[in-house]
Design a protein around this ligand. Structure first.
Ligand SMILES: Nc1ncnc2c1ncn2[C@@H]1O[C@H](COP(=O)(O)OP(=O)(O)OP(=O)(O)O)[C@@H](O)[C@H]1O
Ligand SMILES: [Mg+2]
Length: 303
């Protein structure tokens, strides 16, 4: 049996990665091949064995605890559950996303970035590689460098406030050192996510203006989600969303360019036309064209 193939989607929050991903999965299924979508979140639900399920659950919980846990709500410390089951059953993820936390610490956001990397090392080794060994096409609908970059953006903002650099009170004695390590880690992400463990065989950047993403996301969910703006640094607004997304989009373009990824530029021409165009761009990749052949229905890939 031939070795499988990994395909990863990168792009800002709400720009249409999952939408394109669903169409791609369908296209792979039509070709008669196995397609597996691997996300950390789905692995939490589907992995039964204690290894890697328990560390994946604990690291998931700790990624939120580190990111938010130093902050205050209504002047009170957050009492995030110690156990994963309690966290999940009481819907803490939604609870944390609902409002900004105040007085948060840069150290937590930087630690969250390390936790994120740790979780993805396990996911890639223990979940993705197993599906690949079966010969499946493994899809990652949101390449995890996205979350790490956002956590580092929050860390840098909080470090700036902690040193008094952005109108803060200058009350965090660790802020300058945490800010320095944050920038060092960002400089290493190219190596970490370009490593043979984490980098996909085929990558696609879904690129487009944050104003579209904001419109589409709020139409979809009524609000933006956790870490889609600087909520963990106490800022919740459309402007905060745009700033977070525009900053990360610029970095995504640089990574996609240096890794030689496909770039799909979305426009305001509707979901169907954008999906058809994105799918055509993705399936034109030589390795995918070889495995998938011509589309089952020619209409599928014409805009
Ligand atoms: N080209 C488009 N035109 C209009 N709406 C779109 C377009 N693409 C996606 N949408 C809508 O935008 C919303 C967000 O899309 P989607 O969930 O695919 O984004 P995403 O990039 O996966 O977001 P996330 O980063 O949060 O996973 C959905 O409601 C989707 O239907
Ligand atoms: Mg998505």
């Amino acid at each position: 049996m031939s070795q499988g193939l990994t395909v990863a989607f990168l792009g800002i929050d709400g720009i249409g990665k999952s939408t394109l991903c669903r169409a791609f999965e369908e296209r792979v299924r039509e070709s008669g091949q196995e397609v597996v979508t691997v996300t950390w979140r789905s692995a939490l639900e589907e992995t039964a064995a204690p290894w890697p399920a328990v560390p994946l659950q604990q690291l998931w919980l700790e990624s939120f605890r580190t990111l938010y846990g130093a902050g205050l709500r209504d002047g009170e410390p957050l009492d995030i559950p110690r156990g994963y089951d309690d966290w999940r059953d009481n819907d803490w993820e939604r609870h944390l996303a609902a409002e900004p936390v105040m007085g948060n610490k840069a150290s937590g956001a930087l630690a969250a970035a390390f936790v994120e990397i740790a979780g993805n090392v396990l996911l890639a080794s223990e979940v993705t590689r197993k599906a690949l060994a079966r010969g499946a096409i493994v899809v990652q609908e949101s390449y995890p460098i996205k979350h790490v970059l956002k956590e580092l953006a929050v860390a840098e903002r909080l470090a700036g406030e902690g040193t008094g650099g952005e109108g803060g009170e200058g009350g965090d004695p660790a802020a300058a050192a945490v800010g320095e390590l944050t920038r060092t880690l960002r400089g290493l992400l190219d190596l970490v996510f370009g490593s043979s463990l984490l980098r996909p065989d085929v990558g696609i950047l879904v690129d487009g203006p944050s104003s579209y993403a904001y419109r589409w996301r709020t139409a979809q969910n009524g609000a933006v989600g956790a870490l889609e703006d600087y909520g963990p640094a106490g800022e919740r607004s459309e402007e905060s969303f745009s700033r977070m997304q525009d900053e990360t989009a610029k970095l995504f373009r640089e990574y996609a360019d240096s890794w030689g990824w496909i770039v799909h530029q979305v426009d305001d021409g509707g979901v169907e036309a954008n999906t058809a165009r994105g799918l055509a761009a993705l399936c034109a990749h030589p390795e995918l064209a070889r495995r998938l052949g011509a589309p089952a229905r020619p209409g599928d890939v014409t805009a």
